[in-house]
Design a protein around this ligand. Structure first.
Ligand SMILES: *Cc1c(COP(=O)(O)O)cnc(C)c1O
Length: 380
């Protein structure tokens, strides 16, 4: 395929190197060193310090939410978010099979059952049609919420994920879930800065969760954030992620099972500096996306772009090949040329711990699984 060859050259020229080109690497060109050194000089590297507070205020401002809570990583954030919206042992949580494993793991950590529903072809995220069809067939509204009348279990949350920073059809999902009294938690781990109809992803659901892992658009080394517009829920999130400790002058009083999920000040310092560059990173990525789009135009390889209601952060960019065979050829030649590319995730029900979970037909998820490949997306 000529397009593979020309794509390798295009990427090498863009990053101006013939050495190994990773999928995504962080950039530290602002106040990162200054802020991190400040935490060391002040000795406040751990569980308290001004950067945690500053980071939370910055996140509230960026996402336009009422309360942001810094946590140790995105997975822990989703786990706690599900518990806070009322997910209990043996409940069911509606989600997509086309996702990173953390989404499903966070459901399992609550001893709940993931229900894997198909994704939308355009967004690669949870399909409102699939959710609606599932609930029409299985759902039953009772006094205390929605139940799956076939399994007898409560359906206590819906957890869509904004794949690679492309927003899901969140308004349609909210409409359907509200009709069935199911709270929505957004796995916005990949979509910091992405917007749907002008508003930030992560700010639509009852709770949204972001990741600041090293491979995300901005990083704290490791970390996450819970955001919500429900102030009371936000206060609860802070409380149970910081060991559920009652304020007291000197005694240790913990009145429920809490977690030590707080983000250390050292990591928050790095995150604050990174957030200062978020807009710049998004601009650079959207320019690269334009260049990629031009490059792949009139070829057999489709560069994936945002839908019209969406403004994506283009965190991790991807192309769609015609079939699995072409995908494998693309993966082989690019990686052999030291240009890193990776297939999209294996669907969750193909992993041993999720193989017995309920799933619908998965037509779109299976189609995308065979064809989507991530390509280098770092800011230059
Ligand atoms: C990265 C990621 C997470 C988990 O975030 P961590 O901070 O690595 O725990 C969750 N869901 C999705 C979709 C992710 O990409």
């Amino acid at each position: 395929m000529d397009i593979v060859k020309s794509s390798i050259s295009f990427i090498q020229d863009y990053y101006n190197t013939r050495e190994f080109i990773p999928l995504h690497e962080p950039r530290f060109r602002g106040n990162e060193k200054k802020y991190v050194l400040e935490t060391i000089d002040s000795t406040f590297v751990s569980s308290v310090g001004k950067y945690v507070d500053k980071f939370e205020v910055m996140m509230e401002s960026i996402t336009s939410t009422n309360k942001a809570v810094a946590v140790v990583n995105g997975t822990a954030g989703i786990q706690v978010a599900l518990r806070l919206v009322g997910v209990k042992s043996n409940d069911e949580v509606l989600t997509q099979a086309l996702t990173f494993v953390a989404t499903a793991n966070a459901i399992k950590y609550n001893n709940a059952h993931p229900v894997f529903l198909d994704v939308d072809l355009g967004t690669m995220g949870l399909s409102p049609v699939a959710v609606n069809n599932f609930l029409e067939e299985h759902g039953e509204l009772r006094d205390d919420g929605c139940y799956n009348k076939k399994t007898g279990r409560r359906i206590s949350a819906c957890l869509p994920m904004h794949t690679f920073g492309f927003p899901v059809k969140i308004k349609d999902l909210l409409d359907i879930c509200s009709k069935w009294q199911i709270p929505v938690v957004e796995d916005a781990a990949e979509s910091l800065g992405s917007k749907y109809m002008g508003e930030q992803t992560g700010s639509f659901g009852k709770i949204g969760v972001f990741s600041f892992n090293g491979n995300k658009i901005v990083t704290s080394g490791g970390g996450g954030t819970i955001v919500t517009n429900d102030r009371e829920l936000g206060v609860m999130a802070k409380y149970i992620t910081t060991t559920a400790k009652k304020p007291h002058e000197y005694e240790y009083v913990h009145d429920e099972l809490g977690y030590n999920y707080r983000m250390p000040n050292l990591n928050a310092a790095l995150a604050c500096a990174q957030l200062e560059s978020l807009e710049k990173f998004i601009d650079a990525k959207r320019k690269l996306a334009d260049n990629y789009q031009m490059h792949f135009k009139n070829s057999d390889v489709q560069f994936r772009t945002e839908e019209k209601e969406a403004k994506a952060n283009y965190w991790l960019m991807c192309v769609q090949l015609n079939d699995k065979k072409e995908r494998d050829a693309f993966l082989k030649y690019t990686n052999e040329s030291k240009v890193m590319t990776r297939p999209i995730w294996k669907l969750m029900y193909k992993l041993p711990m999720y193989e017995n979970c309920f799933r619908d037909h998965q037509k779109n998820a299976e189609f995308l699984e065979d064809r989507i490949v991530n390509i280098p997306s770092s800011v230059k």
